[in-house]
Ligand binder design. Structure first.
Ligand code: FPP
Length: 251
């Protein structure tokens, strides 16, 4: 059985022949359409999407990705039906319960980006337990964005910096990008080199607004439940073909 996956997926390509981004972020989009096109309820798409997550997370680990950040539930997703919200939360809870059981074997580090206070007590406790129990693991780190929004994160960081200033622990004149980054949920995590959005939508949807300043985006029409390790490899190949200049000039 794979590290994350029930349907384990071995790498199909040699990884030694191309660089692998150390941090990949994914907007797991298209679950609803995948289900609707099959005459199924939307939550069925999320269930298959959760399986795709397991497969892709397992694959990322196998090729040496150090950080995988996934958009599991946004600050705007509360607008969905209670049935759909509950289904997503249930899938997350099931996943975390399983992960907790196999934690010492898999040694995956879990971190949660977002305001967990709005989650049910049960789910929040599972998140906190998974984060606490895996905090010393040094393999792949999975960052779950849960009740997460990029603007919300920036506001949260601004408030915490303002509080530090009021308490005399920080000085507004000294604030720079590095210090501000350390106030974000992603403190200590390098910015993602590659952000993938499946499902044909071409927008950022409030995902990692600060951290994506120089990320390379790859958009694909594949819906998330159909996304495979081969699609990930294509995205990595596209990323490797890009010229990253960070505002400078190519040498
Ligand atoms: C976006 O697709 C997807 C979400 C809002 C939820 C993503 C959640 C999961 C994949 C399950 C979480 C569980 C684990 C274990 C990761 P959409 O519903 O907006 O799709 P649509 O644009 O086709 O309607």
């Amino acid at each position: 059985m794979g590290i994350f996956s029930k349907k384990s997926q071995e790498p199909t390509l040699q990884t030694a022949d191309r660089p692998v981004p150390q941090h990949i972020a994914i907007i797991m989009d298209g679950n609803g359409r995948w289900a609707t096109r099959r005459g199924m309820p939307r939550y069925a798409g999320h269930a298959v999407g959760a399986e795709t997550f397991r497969t892709i997370a397992n694959y990322c680990k196998s090729i040496g990705v150090k950080y995988l950040t996934v958009y599991a539930f946004s600050t705007e997703n509360w607008k969905r039906s209670q049935e759909e919200i509950s289904a997503i939360m249930r899938l997350l809870g099931n996943y975390l319960r399983e992960a907790l059981q196999d934690m010492d074997k898999n040694r995956v580090r879990f971190v949660f980006f977002g305001d967990l206070s709005r989650l049910s007590d049960d789910l929040r406790e599972l998140c906190e337990l998974a984060q606490e129990r895996s905090k010393t693991y040094e393999g792949v780190q999975v960052n779950f964005c849960l009740n997460y929004g990029g603007r919300d994160e920036i506001l949260m960081a601004a408030r915490s910096f303002a509080r530090a200033c009021m308490e005399g622990k920080a000085n507004p004149e000294d604030l720079d990008a590095a210090q501000f980054s350390s106030c974000l949920y992603s403190a200590g995590v390098p910015d993602p080199e590659l952000i993938i959005r499946p499902s044909g939508e071409i927008r950022t949807s409030n995902f990692l607004l600060w951290q994506s300043a120089y990320s390379e985006y790859v958009f694909t029409d594949v819906l998330w439940p159909d996304f495979t390790p081969e699609d990930l490899e294509k995205a990595i190949a596209e990323y490797n073909g890009r010229s990253r200049r960070f505002g400078g000039v190519k040498k």
